[in-house]
Design a protein around this ligand. Structure first.
Ligand SMILES: Nc1ncnc2c1ncn2[C@@H]1O[C@H](COP(=O)(O)OP(=O)(O)OP(=O)(O)O)[C@@H](O)[C@H]1O
Ligand SMILES: [Mg+2]
Length: 450
């Protein structure tokens, strides 16, 4: 082969290769053209990746600020709890330290009142005593609130007929209602509920008292309804109603509106207590109200099965007298306060007791000689400095038997407790709770005679 032939051969070869190359390039280009999204996808992926990174950073920042906010909240909560605890302990000690001299002041006042005096002075003494009594009540309420806040009041839950509790409250407030020309009615339904009867009593008592205090015309009706295993006690009134924007505030301490039409002004603590008790008992409290029409406060509690032996359907009131060891029991009540005396006698008679009353030890001994009592209820402080325990001793001497006795007092001091302890008698504090009195009296009457 010559050189020229070689060159020609090479040229052909190059031309062929160029063709192949051109074909390959066009193929590659075609294949690119056929998948136009591939690169776009790649670009999108990168853009998304950037976005995800940015978002992640934002989320992380948000998380960090939530954590900071949480930390702030936790600190605020700790501070609030510490403040609450401090408030509770300060209130407890203040209330305690103030209650003692208050008691003393009231005693001194009553001593002063026993001296011969003109009408003006007696009026002033009464006024001072009423103010002190109000102060004492305020302190006790604050003390209770702080106890509820500190969680040291633990409910004692049990099943009981709700009608008895409401009926006794209605009875207590009936006279006051009637004096103001208001109706106070109760519709019972014979249901049993589970609650702490004493704490629940305070809830319903406050609701009824408010209904009466703020109602000018009409009155208060206490009813209830059963739904989904619960019983709702409803206290309806025909009062002024409560504006929407006040409905939350009135449950806070010292939040009070205008003075009640007839019942004067309170402390603004009743509903604060109601709310705290509702929380402690796990009984939701509800309120609905229409301006100019009235309000309905309710408390919802779990229904309980009535025990088989005592059918709940029977109305509780008339059957009370027929039951238990109190029937025909001869009870002697020694009490110098005429209003307390007649109220207690009425209650005891309702339970079927035969009641004798006397304002002093001497008169009680007289009565006991006429008819021997089976139990004695004596006020701790009688007139002319006479002590209840000594009055009981006089009666026991008169009948020549250690008649079972209990002491009753409004004095909540330790001294009163010690005095009762020394006399070996049970002390019942005023305001006397009917259920407590009833069970204590039943217990005394069932004691074997020495
Ligand atoms: N049934 C009601 N109808 C209208 N207003 C009411 C009713 N119950 C409560 N209120 C309003 O709510 C306020 C707070 O009531 P709360 O029972 O807490 O205190 P209070 O009755 O003023 O005093 P207290 O401490 O003696 O109960 C009342 O002052 C009154 O303005
Ligand atoms: Mg009130």
């Amino acid at each position: 082969m010559t050189d020229t032939e070689d060159i020609e051969e090479l040229k052909r070869e190059i031309a062929k290769l160029k063709k192949i190359n051109a074909k390959l390039i066009s193929r590659v280009e075609r294949s690119y053209d056929q998948q136009p999204s591939a690169y776009a996808l790649f670009e999108t992926a990168i853009a998304l990746d950037n976005q995800v990174r940015r978002r992640t950073q934002e989320v992380q920042q948000a998380l960090r600020s939530i954590e900071r906010a949480n930390e702030d909240l936790r600190r605020a909560k700790e501070q609030a709890e510490a403040a609450n605890l401090l408030k509770s302990s300060v209130l407890t000690s203040i209330s305690h330290d103030l209650l003692q001299p208050l008691n003393a002041a009231r005693l001194a006042l009553s001593t002063l009142g026993s001296f011969e005096m003109g009408g003006d002075e007696t009026g002033l003494i009464d006024q001072a005593d009423r103010s002190l009594a109000t102060l004492e009540e305020l302190l006790r309420t604050l003390l209770d609130l702080s106890k509820l806040d500190a969680g040291v009041m633990t409910p004692d839950m049990r099943a009981f007929p709700i009608d008895d509790l409401v009926a006794s409250l209605v009875k207590e407030q009936a006279q006051g209602a009637a004096k103001r020309g208001l109706k106070l009615r109760h519709f019972g339904a014979g249901r049993w509920v589970t609650s702490d009867p004493l704490l629940l009593r305070r809830v319903v008592q406050n609701l009824i008292a408010n209904g009466l205090r703020y109602t000018r015309r009409g009155g208060v009706l206490v009813g209830g309804r059963a739904r989904a295993g619960r019983w709702t006690v409803e206290v309806w009134d025909t009062g002024p109603g409560i504006p929407e924007e006040r409905r939350e505030a009135i449950f806070q301490e010292f939040q009070r509106g205008e003075a009640g039409e007839h019942g004067g002004q309170g402390f603004g603590l009743g509903l604060a207590i109601v709310r705290r008790l509702g929380l402690a008992l796990e009984h939701p409290i509800d309120l609905s109200s229409r301006i100019g029409k009235g309000s309905m406060f309710s408390v919802s509690l779990p229904l309980a099965e009535p025990p088989k032996a005592q059918p709940a359907a029977r109305p509780a009131e008339p059957s009370l007298a027929a039951r238990g060891p109190l029937n025909n029991a001869r009870v002697l009540v020694i009490e110098n306060d005429a209003a307390v005396l007649s109220a207690m006698a009425a209650l005891l008679r309702r339970w079927g007791c035969e009641v004798e009353t006397a304002p002093s030890g001497d008169e009680a001994a007289e009565a006991a000689r006429r008819q021997t009592p089976q139990a004695i209820i004596a006020d701790l402080h009688l007139d002319h400095f006479e002590r209840g325990a000594l009055a009981v001793a006089k009666v026991r001497r008169a009948v020549g038997a250690p008649t079972p006795a209990m002491l009753v007092t409004a004095d909540h001091s330790d001294t009163a407790a010690r005095e009762a302890e020394e006399a070996q008698m049970t002390l019942l504090r005023k305001p006397v709770r009917p259920a407590e009195l009833r069970s204590l009296l039943s217990y005394l009457l069932s004691q074997p005679r020495a």
